[in-house]
Design a protein around this ligand. Sequence first.
Ligand code: NAI
Length: 359
Amino acid sequence: MKVAVFSTHPFDRRFFDDANAAATRRHILTFLDARLDARSALLAAGHQAVCVFVNDRLDSATLEVLAEQGVRLLALRSAGFNHVDLVAAAQLGLSVARVPAYSPDAIAEHTVAMILTLNRKIHKAYARIREGNFALDGLLGFDLRGRTVGIAGTGKIGLNVARIMRGFDCEVIAYDPFPDEAGLATVGGRYVPWKQLLEQSDILSLHCPLNAETRHLVDAAAIAQMKENVMLINTSRGAVVDTRALINGLKNGRIGYVGLDVYEEEEGLFFADLSDQPIQDDVFARLLTFPNVLITGHQGFFTQEALTAIAETTIANISAFEENGKPLYPVRPAGIKGPEYRECIYVVAGWPIAFSVTA
Ligand code: NAI
């Protein structure tokens, strides 16, 4: 099958070439630097599938162009599918596939790296020592042992963060509208209501999907209920946090530390080298002025194991689609019936009413 791979970076090419070479059914991969949108969609002409990442735009205008070019499969190389107009895709007869899980460890470990860095100011110490400044003022941290870590969303990643933080002898509390009692009990955490999570967490880490319910889940009202000097970590999706409210929380001192691997308006900003240009996003630029804010550019997933799994699963999705007309891990909007629909064997935990996904 001919596949146009959008938003390609050198690392994508390497892992996809390896996965394709190792697969029994091989595909012709066209690697494109361009981010997918309604204009660049024309580049997909002559391809039956496109392979896309989280900041590619899959709105109805783009999908219409893709369908006109003869594309039949949208192979997402991500777990999240909040960037795809699933209803438009179904109406245009486009199948959508995703990688439901690749390495929850990768994102969980990055989350913990952010917690440790912010607490012990490793980023500042690194720069100081290289400049010959060995003073300790401003580097004071706190013991993690005994602190309360709040987890919003106890899916694959959230449970892993809970497990690791229990290893530091932290108390782990969690909120999830679809609790996994057994899973959380196994790692030694307990569920509390959302309000209590906000009020009791010394460190609050977000691991829920982005959907209508979770957009701006952390807003001014939520921040007002948090502990003074709380550490907030977001490695889920940018829009789960209202960035303007976050900035206010930092300014008035309610929030003591912020670690972000994702940002509301990261599309067009993250994954590119913009070091020779002024940052146009004033909200993002304001965030960068706070000494207690640590930002990474959506790199939680970025480990060898995760990239290998993403490439292998995506190639397997494409092969299955070529072989029998349906990918291994399809995403479909609820209410639209089709041959695959009957075979759905579970509903995605984070969005069980709106979407059904086979696994
Ligand atoms: P998952 O689907 O296994 O777990 C998500 C959990 O969030 C579910 O248990 C769900 O019930 C819960 N949830 C839904 N609504 C909620 C709410 N209002 N409050 C609290 N919890 C809620 O997903 P997984 O694999 O653990 O991923 C979590 C998120 O991490 C993804 O949705 C994605 O946005 C993000 N992610 C970030 C990456 C990165 O590189 N930074 C890479 C991969 C995923």
